[in-house]
Ligand binder design. Structure first.
Ligand SMILES: *Cc1c(COP(=O)(O)O)cnc(C)c1O
Length: 374
């Protein structure tokens, strides 16, 4: 059986967990948390990284940090995971859903300006499959209309964007804030886990407070204040050292994990070209300004019938592709709240996109062989 995903272990996870337990410091913000955060800050140049219990939580922290209030509007793609929207809905925001690009599930930046009103507070681009959104256009709009940009970089670790100025930046380093995920389906995993990264320094001090249940405990431990207490709203957003130890074993192997995943992706892309052409199936597109980080390999079928047939055929051969993202604008929770605009590209990806198995230990040739037989 070839599952859709299989979590890869580097072998050091339990060693670091044991070390964390033996150290006597197993609550959050200890040695391994700091190692993980420093890794993100040094490798990708984020001004501050805070380890969180999930990407969902990192997004919720971002919504608190930019002071989302009842009635504010936040623009997000409809083709995304619920957490992108929920984080802002929890603070009372109205979600304004944007359509995808015709050739990529990412938000169509050229159509965003018409969605901006005097109530718009933020744009939340999702770098789908770890492929960058058109960030120059999004950042220009944000600057012009005084909006915050929160990058949903859940799938986007170690992926890059090259702007019009020719400068290459890691995803997550462009907006004011960004959120990464270490869910077991992502490239780098911790079971459940995430990271809030901060590029706009004005948010650093308050982020630490929100992270530590609304207290200034982080400043206290650094000796900056002589007692700590309740200074703001917040929650328990930091994971234990047990999670951080696991994550550290993964981050140490980032280069290797990425190389293997990207190799699988390249093999899929190369070997399925002809089959896709012959069957009118679309391959994933990577715009010139973006890189591929080997997070996801997907195909875009002509219609839902073709997709269903492909999935059923592969399942009968014990290979388990999946489809995802029922458009949020037509979800049971939001359809009555949506403004009624038709989001045709989003709907097409909802109906036609299929994700092929992609994980470290995958036998990619076996999947390809079976697809070619369909
Ligand atoms: C996985 C994912 C999330 C949620 O991440 P968790 O760490 O599971 O909370 C959010 N947004 C996108 C686009 C994702 O792919």
């Amino acid at each position: 059986m070839i599952p859709f995903n299989k979590p890869y272990l580097t072998g050091k996870e339990t060693e670091y967990i044991t070390d964390a337990v033996a150290s006597g410091k197993i609550s959050g913000n200890g040695k391994y948390t700091q190692k993980c955060q420093l890794f993100f800050e040094e490798k990708f140049g984020f001004k501050k990284a805070l380890l969180t219990t999930s990407c969902t939580d990192a997004l919720e922290m971002a919504a608190i940090l930019i002071n989302i209030k009842e009635g504010d509007e936040v623009i997000i793609p409809s083709y995304t995971f619920v957490s992108t929207a929920n984080a802002f809905v929890l603070r009372g925001a109205k979600i304004v859903f944007a359509d995808s690009m015709p050739n990529h599930p990412n938000i169509d930046a050229t159509k965003l300006e018409g969605l901006i009103t005097s109530k718009t507070k933020a744009i939340v681009p999702v770098h789908y499959a770890g492929v960058a959104c058109d960030m120059d256009t999004i950042m220009e709009l944000a600057q012009k209309h005084n909006l915050f940009v929160v990058e949903d970089a859940a799938q986007a670790i170690d992926s890059y964007y090259t702007g019009k100025d020719g400068i290459r930046k890691p995803l997550g380093a462009i907006g004011h804030l960004a959120a990464f995920s270490f869910h077991e389906t992502k490239n780098i995993i911790a079971g459940e886990g995430g990271m809030l990264t901060i590029n706009d320094e004005q948010f650093i001090e308050r982020a630490e407070i929100i992270w530590e249940k609304g207290t200034n405990r982080s400043a206290f431990f650094r000796g900056e204040v002589d007692k700590y207490g309740w200074v703001d709203i917040g929650s328990s957003f930091l994971p234990s050292e047990i999670i951080a130890g696991f994550l550290w074993a993964q981050l140490e192997n980032l280069t290797n994990i990425q190389a293997v995943r990207k190799q699988h992706w390249e093999v899929y892309h190369e070997e399925l070209k002809t089959w896709c052409e012959n069957n009118g199936v679309g391959l994933p597109q990577v715009p010139e300004y973006a890189t591929n980080n080997g997070h996801m390999f997907y195909l875009v079928c002509q219609n839902m019938e073709q997709r269903t047939a492909l999935i059923e055929k592969l399942r009968s051969q014990n290979i388990h592709p999946v489809f995802h993202y029922i458009s949020l604008h037509s979800s049971p929770y939001y359809k009555d709240k949506h403004d009624g605009r038709v989001l045709a590209e989003t709907d097409r990806f909802t109906d036609c996109l299929v994700r092929l198995p992609l994980f470290y230990e995958l036998d990619v040739q076996l999947v390809i062989k079976n697809i070619k037989n369909v």
